[in-house]
Design a protein around this ligand. Structure first.
Ligand SMILES: Nc1nc2c(c(=O)[nH]1)N[C@H]1C(S)=C(S)[C@@H](COP(=O)(O)OP(=O)(O)OC[C@H]3O[C@@H](n4cnc5c(=O)[nH]c(N)nc54)[C@H](O)[C@@H]3O)O[C@H]1N2
Ligand SMILES: Nc1nc2c(c(=O)[nH]1)N[C@H]1C(S)=C(S)[C@@H](COP(=O)(O)OP(=O)(O)OC[C@H]3O[C@@H](n4cnc5c(=O)[nH]c(N)nc54)[C@H](O)[C@@H]3O)O[C@H]1N2
Ligand code: SF4
Ligand SMILES: [Mo]
Length: 695
């Protein structure tokens, strides 16, 4: 018997609606859901790979206990009791800070993780909480926290209504969009380039740059200077257009004066971009009926991440496109993530023990996690909880993270695989398939380019010996509380928490309304709401946030490197068929030609005597990896490009398919000391490297 079921894909931020066909109860095929008003049938190869995830023989279903290098299945009660008592005992002996937590990217994609973890983490009372956010979007959140008073008052580019889209350091044709949930990026960008102009600023001619109206190659790390020059040029064309913000701006004059004081004479030498190109962008941006500037990974995980994100907000502001249709404006999600009782984006309430890095939003920068584990002394981290994270492949100096994890007294991982990170765990607690769980996308609906809502209902019950993600957190919470002499209030199932979340909002939606719309609901386009929702103490947009002047000062004193002779800089890339570090075990994605290679400009290869396809050693201050190099004339000379998330050759991982995928880890090269100055986000891109031919 055939049945169809509908659910949003939870693998990336695009939240495409899927039609899942079951035959005799077994998942048989997946298509894009044409009736989803938001995604309109869009699906990418990863959406189809859910078929592989569901049947993956390496996927764990029951708790696994490590004994030496062997793994043994154990019961859930035994597993919870062991984890709870070990974490509590270590804290009793060494204090609350001795237990740390690392939360990875998929947490944000599962209601059963994201809505439940905070209670558990609060009970642990540890300052040592780390996540993938500090190798990702922290500067974006930090800029918004400082300027608008909330880390999630995050203006989203109104991709469907803008006429001029200035895009820095993002490749949505491969990533499907980020902090811009927009399923069907190809369709949306095609409409944009037909209606107006897409300008991509990127060191590589990416898949997105290739379809853009204009590609402006930029030297990695050059964006801050480019944006300073752009803001200066915009003021030459027109005075700031501020009518819409009357009475609601603080410090703009000071900010612009500081920006205007920056010397841009070295623009072309440092960025590779000529001043007349900047002037052209300034004119066109201001002439367009609606325009928006947006920057993602390429500008956040580099040395000037926060500065770039603040400058981007200012570009939208002074052109009058902030909080305006066709510009950048925050979503008003049905389940609010801003407003009273939410974390606005605290700062500096505590500092990391070893390097003294300040907390942001309740977390410390993950670039300092390994040293907190490896450095002896009072407050040393001795036990770790990871949830849906693979820091060995995803965070700076992965080999140091590897060694640090090896030295832990106890590690428990909520994860579905025995991989590069979880192989160090004493205990792995695997959640049941997400398809067995009710899910509401509380995060990506909030970053969507339209106001949308969708309840994803469980498609079948979990196996009897399996546990849902939220049940695991309850189990862990209860067992830890019992050992630590604390109280754990078990959290109700997702449907109940989703209903509570909806009731906190003002969309008027409830569970019944969502249940009645299995393909999701479209509530309309983005609307201006930022000015009425500002959460700054002044009630104004803080145009001159503390980070800006400090960062501009540091920027003015930067070491200038001349594009022409500054050596090679490494940048990353994403590719349609991979998802960070964890989907190379899916045959549908891993098949076909290898995709792990280093890309270099042919001139740079010739200068080093490198052969197309040849083996090379890539070295940074931190380490060396070996891989193959391919010529790519679409890269700026002086730039090399490597995807992250490879390196499955490490011992002891149980991923039959992924282990056979070639490629080493980008983050065996990245430098934990390379963090941007605003909030401590890792500067993974613009990494100085050397490349040498191997025999
Ligand atoms: N050099 C370089 N490094 C990068 C980046 C880069 O561009 N360049 N990108 C950074 C970015 S943006 C991110 S978000 C991070 C990601 O960093 P991480 O989140 O640490 O890494 P992932 O590869 O997403 O690993 C996800 C983990 O979750 C597990 N998992 C998958 N599904 C589930 C589930 O449903 N439940 C549970 N409990 N576990 C699950 C997987 O087995 C895997 O262990 O990487 C960062 N690292
Ligand atoms: N297929 C696929 N999709 C994904 C993911 C995946 O792993 N695979 N990961 C998901 C996650 S966790 C995230 S956070 C998003 C990220 O989504 P995006 O940010 O759109 O993705 P990236 O490919 O990292 O894009 C960064 C771009 O910045 C460029 N770049 C590097 N350095 C610089 C620089 O100094 N200046 C400028 N201007 N550009 C620079 C790179 O060439 C690259 O094109 O993607 C998500 N979607
Ligand atoms: S674009 Fe993202 S949400 Fe859509 S099918 Fe692909 S992975 Fe899933
Ligand atoms: Mo990410």
């Amino acid at each position: 018997m055939r049945t169809n079921a509908y659910r949003a894909c939870d693998l990336c931020e695009a939240i495409c609606g899927l039609e899942l066909r079951f035959e005799d109860g077994a998942l048989a095929a997946i298509h894009g859901d044409a009736a989803d008003p938001f995604s309109q049938g869009h699906i990418c190869p990863k959406g189809n790979a859910i078929l592989d995830l569901e049947t993956d023989p390496d996927r764990l279903r029951v708790p696994m206990l490590r004994e030496g290098s062997a793994w043994r299945a154990i019961g859930w009660d035994e597993a919870f009791a062991l984890a709870g008592s070990r974490l509590a005992a270590i804290q009793q002996a060494h204090g609350p800070a001795s237990v740390a937590a690392y939360l990875g990217n998929p947490n944000v994609h599962h209601f059963g993780h994201i809505a439940y973890l905070p209670s558990l983490l609060r009970m642990l009372r540890t300052p040592n909480i780390f996540s993938a956010s500090s190798v990702d979007q922290w500067p974006h959140q930090f800029a918004c926290a400082q300027m608008y008073g909330h880390q999630f008052l995050l203006p989203i580019p109104d991709i469907d209504h803008t006429d001029y889209f200035l895009m820095l350091g993002a490749n949505p044709m491969a990533s499907n969009g980020s902090l811009m949930t927009a399923p069907g990026i190809p369709r949306r960008l095609k409409a944009l380039t037909a209606r107006g102009k897409l300008v991509v600023v990127d060191p590589r001619r990416t898949e997105t740059a290739a379809i853009a109206s204009q590609h402006i190659p930029i030297r990695p790390g050059g964006d801050a200077l480019f944006l300073v020059a752009l803001l200066q040029a915009m003021q030459q064309v027109s005075p700031p257009r501020l009518d819409a913000y009357a009475g609601r701006l603080a410090g703009l004059d000071i900010a612009l004066a500081a920006i205007n004081a920056i010397d841009t004479a070295s623009l072309e030498a440092e960025t590779g971009i000529a001043m007349h190109v900047v002037e052209q962008v300034a004119r066109e941006f201001l002439a367009a009926p609606h325009a928006v500037a947006y920057g993602r990974m390429g500008v956040s995980v580099q040395p000037w991440g926060t500065l770039c994100q603040v400058l981007l907000q200012l570009v939208n502001l002074v052109s009058g496109n902030l909080d305006r249709v066709g510009g950048a404006l925050p979503n008003e999600p049905a389940i609010p993530i801003t407003g009273p009782g939410t974390n606005q984006g605290t700062r500096g309430r505590w500092h990391s023990r070893v390097r003294g890095l300040p907390e942001f939003a309740g977390e410390l920068p993950v670039a300092c996690m390994a040293e907190e584990i490896a450095t002896p002394g009072d407050g040393q981290v001795r036990a770790l909880l990871t949830c849906a994270g693979n820091p060995v492949l995803s965070t700076p100096d992965g080999r140091a993270v590897d060694r640090a994890l090896e030295g832990l007294e106890f590690m428990v991982a909520i994860d579905i695989y025995i991989n590069e990170t979880t192989r160090h765990a004493d205990l792995i607690l695997p959640p049941a398939s997400p398809l067995t769980q009710d899910h509401y996308d509380s995060i990506f609906n909030a970053f969507a380019v339209r106001r949308v809502a969708r309840l994803n209902r469980a498609l079948h019950p979990r196996g009897e010996d399996e546990r849902a993600d939220w049940e695991i957190i309850n189990g862990l919470g209860e067992a830890y509380a019992a050992s630590a002499g604390k109280q754990w209030q078990p959290l109700p199932p997702p449907r109940d928490l989703i209903a509570i979340g909806l009731a906190r909002g003002d969309s008027g939606l409830d569970l019944a309304a969502l249940d009645a719309a299995p393909h999701g609901l479209d509530l309309g386009p983005l609307r201006p709401s930022l000015l009425t929702r500002l959460q700054t103490a002044s009630g104004c947009i803080e145009c001159e946030p503390p980070a800006l002047l400090a960062e501009l000062e540091r920027f003015a004193a930067r070491e200038r490197s001349d594009n022409a002779n500054a050596g090679l800089r490494l940048i990353g890339r994403r590719e349609v068929r991979s998802n960070n570090s964890w989907m190379h075990n899916a045959p549908r994605l891993a098949k076909g030609k290898p995709r792990h290679q280093l890309l270099m400009h042919p001139d740079d290869m010739t200068a080093r005597g490198l052969q197309d396809g040849g083996r090379v050693a890539v070295r940074s201050r931190i380490g060396e990896i070996r891989t193959e190099v391919l010529a790519d004339a679409g890269l700026m000379p002086g730039v090399a490009c490597l995807p992250h998330g490879y390196g499955h050759g490490r011992e002891g991982i149980q991923l039959a398919r992924a282990s056979a995928v070639p490629g080493e880890s980008y983050n065996d090269l990245t430098d934990p000391l390379a963090i941007e100055g605003g909030c401590g986000n890792a500067a993974l891109n613009a990494l100085p490297i050397e490349v040498e031919a191997l025999p």
